[in-house]
Write a protein that binds this ligand. Sequence first.
Ligand code: ADE
Length: 307
Amino acid sequence: MASKGPLHSKENVKTAKAAIAPPEKPQPSREEKKKKWTLEDFEIGRPLGKGKFGNVYLAREKTTKYIVAMKVLSKTQLKSGHFEHQLRREIEIQSHLRHPNILRLFGYFYDTTRVYLILEYAPQGELYKALRAERKFDEKKSATFVAQLADALKYCHSKKVIHRDIKPENLLLGNNGELKIADFGWSVHSPSSRRETLCGTLDYLPPEMIEGRTHDEKVDLWSVGVLCYELLTGSPPFETKSHSDTYKKICRIDVHFPAHVSPGAKDLIMRLLRHDPKERLSLDRVLTHPWIREHADVASLVVHKRK
Ligand code: ADE
């Protein structure tokens, strides 16, 4: 277990006996004992979601009864897709991040066939599903999600971490419906000139990434603009039936807005969708943009301690 937290120690759980017994010496924590987690420590419940390399299940740690989400990855699939390196990076990066709008990664373990990630459980599930169910979100909900995302990304960027894969499928909802960035599988330390194979949709990728150029944290600003558009309209701005048509639309920044999108929202989106990364609005400027100020529920931006 990389960090302190509800799953930190099995040993210091209070018992009735402990309450009446004379004070004991402080017990070494799970971390200090370097005790490793195993599947035996958890009860596994219903599936929460399906991924490329395996599924996510609701799970409960047996001694503390703490509820988590357990991501189970197949070693064979990880190996055949050459994703072991990516998984190591995901664990290394996500386990060190602490922000109310970033899903915690509490720890991991493995057996002969699988790797298990112990993740924070996000009770309101996938933002993607909520958006498909409601078709589109109103300005208040959209602006609130954009502000929460901008705040979480500001924290990542302050640690030189770029996410590079912001899209509704990688965002979950916490107990109070707050956004949680999940899935750091594509994240890296900035700047990056690596030319990974881009799998999946191009919809959220900025021109510099599609074209395989060196990129920095400003790639995430572009995807905040794309997400804002999708939250308000129900579809991403460059969606087409083919990869090559989407590619062309992205490079030309060929964006059309339905009539219901307000001038303030359009202004914010177009200040983020700039071909030149240096011209994109900074995250601080996103948070103080008049449309965000007017519509976002600022109380949702939890005041948090920063180390
Ligand atoms: N679906 C996928 N991951 C999840 C998580 N951590 N919490 C809730 N639902 C999920």
